[in-house]
Design a protein around this ligand. Structure first.
Ligand code: GRG
Length: 287
């Protein structure tokens, strides 16, 4: 089965789970939140669902954890698209939230999506110590030591005199993109109180491969397929994995990271085939 056919039912169920937290008669804020969070590939949600299945976390609770990470991810995209950050007009093939509404609505929709993530995650019907550590873990990975820190460093790099070294880009991306991917892929063992080691290793390699693939798409992707503006990095003269390795080198590096990610899954045998398919998809995707 093609991976996107495998992703779609999970994406639909996660969207249906998120819908449960909205009023039947939504106002402008809720409209903007729903617009931002529903749709998209839901790759992070898929990682949560698969990792929960590997560790016996009930599917209904896995869907809620998946909904929570997608709310955080959607908030980050809404804020990243704002004029004070990446200033984008199109996301997922549609006008960005501040274009469809206005900047204040986009800021507030992002804020409220972030809060909603913790409402959903805090309500998991699992032992309370595990729920608490999942909440603290997500807040940490999304915040000042994770995604937000990576974003702050990325913005600072734009006005720095020297381009970032490869090590600095790798560290920055591990925070900006990698931290949420790590939380998603380790959600299962974390919620089950099991060892997160193998999935943490998988996620480390996968997160980096994901970012390299994103840099490659920025260079050679098709705007109609990605549904967002491309060539931003090259236009801004930004140091990326492609500028460091060259296009072919970046493609080879991404392939080797996916092999490394998949090797980390050997303890799970064939049960982890969904996660292997996700890793292969990350470097072959066109959007
Ligand atoms: C604004 C606090 C704050 C953080 C923003 C992740 C991020 C940090 C910004 C997004 C910038 C960006 C495009 C990074 C590349 C990696 C990435 C997150 C791509 C989008 O994720 P996909 O491809 O998107 O999973 P969909 O639309 O499928 O959900």
């Amino acid at each position: 089965m093609n991976f996107e056919d495998r992703l779609k039912p999970v994406a639909d169920e996660v969207d249906a789970t998120i819908e449960l937290y909205f009023d039947k008669d939504p106002d402008t804020l809720e409209d903007a939140m729903r617009y931002a969070v529903l749709g998209g590939k839901k790759l992070r949600a898929f990682l949560v669902v698969e990792s929960c299945a590997l560790h016996g976390v009930p599917y209904k609770e896995a869907l809620k954890a998946a909904a929570a990470i997608e709310c955080i991810h959607a908030y980050s995209l809404v804020h990243d698209d704002l004029p004070c950050m990446d200033d984008d007009d199109v996301r997922r093939g549609k006008p960005t939230v501040h274009r469809a509404w206005d900047e204040a609505t986009a800021v507030l929709a992002g804020d409220a999506l972030q809060s909603l993530a913790f409402v959903i995650l805090g309500g998991l019907d699992l032992p309370s110590d595990r729920v608490l550590s999942a909440v603290i873990g997500l807040a940490t990975d999304a915040g000042k030591d994770g995604m937000v820190l990576g974003q702050a460093r990325d913005i600072a790099a734009e006005s720095a005199n020297d381009p970032l070294s490869l090590d600095a880009i790798t560290a920055l991306q591990a925070q900006k993109t990698g931290a949420l991917i790590k939380w998603a892929a380790t959600a299962g063992p974390s919620l089950a109180g099991d060892d997160i080691g193998p999935l943490e290793a998988y996620a480390g390699a996968l997160g980096l491969a994901f970012q390299i693939a994103d840099d490659i798409l920025d260079e050679i992707g098709d705007e109609a397929k990605t549904g967002k503006r491309l060539h931003k990095d090259a236009d801004a003269g930004k140091a990326t994995f492609v500028s460091h390795f060259g296009l072919k080198g970046a493609q080879a590096k991404a392939r080797s990271l996916v092999a490394q990610a998949n090797d980390a899954l050997c303890v799970y045998g064939a049960q982890a085939d969904g996660l292997r398919a996700a890793a292969n998809f990350v470097i072959s995707r066109e959007h």
